[in-house]
Ligand binder design. Structure first.
Ligand code: AMP
Ligand code: GLY
Length: 420
């Protein structure tokens, strides 16, 4: 079987590596991939907004199955487009992807189906939004409606910060804004809950806890994710039942009432407040770096799972997981998430001899003249699975120290909530 993966991050290299080990896969193409995927797959330099060219390449090379990693092409409707051209593809369609593409769409769904989430208001201009903050209890959360790569969320500690957020969003920092979302701030602990859906059934696809802030102690700016561990320390049977019954099932029902069938991964971002789950956001894909953290624990063949979803046969297969703990630390380019240098060579990679249960997934890397260069903010993902989180972290740290890349930095406290 020939498989194509759309995307170029750590998530896509993780998917690529896991599929590479399946004896059902003959060849993998990555659109466009990174230096890591280029070792095990064919990287295809292609504009991800040009669906026609992607289709042409898929048909010409007789690729049997496409997996879409990131949200942008999903929200842009790549699944609808490829399906129309009779190409088998894993991921939600354009309408279903509104769950991530429009925070207001999701909030309205929550309202209609009684899904627990932070109280909110939707405002259509600067004046009404500002007026609302006059009587608010701070902190409050101001959010752009549309995709903003995790940057369109402002936690505001006072009116001044809220005004800046409102102005930036309405002035088009994240694209044209017709409206804005203002939410109550939830105090609790975050957790990511993943499910995989075939349009009829869904199954758990792991839990994780991400570290979104750039600095140790969960301080500083939000990033795409500096590291994660899986499973989340918060998950238990009772909580899982609440997540499924109070959040996931009503969401799927809400979509179905709109004539929308959900197929693909669903990432439910939660705030757990006194053992009660509140929805913070949905993402219509796996998380990054949660995917890199979760996949090494998967014992079943990933391709069987993904194909069974497309065929609406998820109930016919088992998804088996290892009981081991998994930890991931992201090595970033110095300066990230603000301005950072690109095209810095990463030497010493060949010094790292990964042992069993250790993984290294590339993100913003490029191979040129047999050398590896950084080209993104998040550069490499170091993962280990082990009997306990502490041991996993020791293994990762050894590899990071061996690499000793002067262009990079990483958070040394990843997993601090589960490691003494
Ligand atoms: P989002 O992109 O909606 O997931 O928001 C990014 C991050 O902002 C989340 O991971 C939370 O850490 C934080 N956040 C968003 N909404 C809230 C909220 N209502 N209360 C507290 N924190 C929030
Ligand atoms: N790690 C957060 C995300 O993938 O959105």
């Amino acid at each position: 079987m020939k498989v194509g993966i759309i995307g170029s991050g750590g998530r896509e290299h993780a998917i690529c590596s896991i599929l590479f080990n399946s004896n059902k896969i003959d060849k993998i193409y990555c659109f466009p991939g990174n230096a890591g995927t280029s070792e095990i797959a064919e990287n295809v330099e292609i504009d991800l907004e040009n669906f026609q060219n992607i289709k042409k390449f898929i048909l010409k090379n007789k690729i049997d199955f496409i997996i879409v990693g990131p949200e942008k092409p999903l929200v842009d409707g790549i699944v609808d487009f490829l399906e129309k051209n009779e190409i088998k593809v894993f991921g939600p369609n354009k309408l279903a992807s509104q769950l991530e593409g429009s925070k207001i769409f999701t909030k309205k769904l929550c309202e209609k189906y009684n899904i627990p989430t932070a109280k909110f208001g939707i405002f259509i201009n600067i004046e009404s939004a500002k007026k609302f903050t006059e009587n608010s209890n701070f902190p409050i959360v101001v959010k752009a409606d549309n995709l903003a790569s995790g940057k369109g969320v402002y936690i505001c500690k006072d009116k001044k910060e809220a005004f800046i957020a409102i102005e930036e969003i309405f002035n088009g920092k994240f694209g044209k804004a017709n409206n804005i979302l203002i939410e109550e701030f939830l105090h609790g602990e975050e957790m990511s809950y993943f499910t995989i859906h075939d349009g009829k059934n869904f199954k758990n696809f792991g839990t994780a806890q991400d570290h979104k802030r750039v600095l140790e102690g969960d301080l500083g700016k939000n990033t795409g994710g500096m590291g994660a561990y899986s499973p989340s320390r918060l998950i238990n049977e009772k909580l899982e039942k609440k997540i499924i019954n109070n959040i996931i099932k009503p969401t799927i029902k809400g979509l179905s009432d709109l004539g929308i069938n959900y197929k693909g991964f669903l990432y439910t971002g939660l705030m757990i407040v006194n053992n009660e789950p509140y929805l913070i956001e949905f993402n219509v894909r796996m998380g990054d770096p949660e995917c890199q953290t979760i996949l090494p624990r998967l014992k079943s063949d990933l391709i069987d799972i993904l194909v069974s979803c497309c065929d609406e046969k998820l109930n016919k297969i088992n998804i088996d997981w290892s009981d081991q703990k998994s930890l991931c630390i992201v090595l970033c380019a110095k300066g990230y998430p603000d301005v950072f240098q690109k095209n810095v060579e990463i030497k010493n990679l060949e010094q790292i001899n990964l042992k069993k249960n250790e993984f290294l997934f590339h993100a913003g890397t490029l191979k040129r003249d047999k050398k590896i260069f950084s080209i993104g903010g998040r550069v490499l993902n170091f993962i280990a699975i082990s009997e306990n989180f502490y041991d996993a972290k020791v293994k990762i740290t050894k590899n990071l120290e061996k690499l000793n890349w002067p262009g990079g930095f990483y958070r040394k406290d990843i997993g601090y909530k589960v490691i003494d």
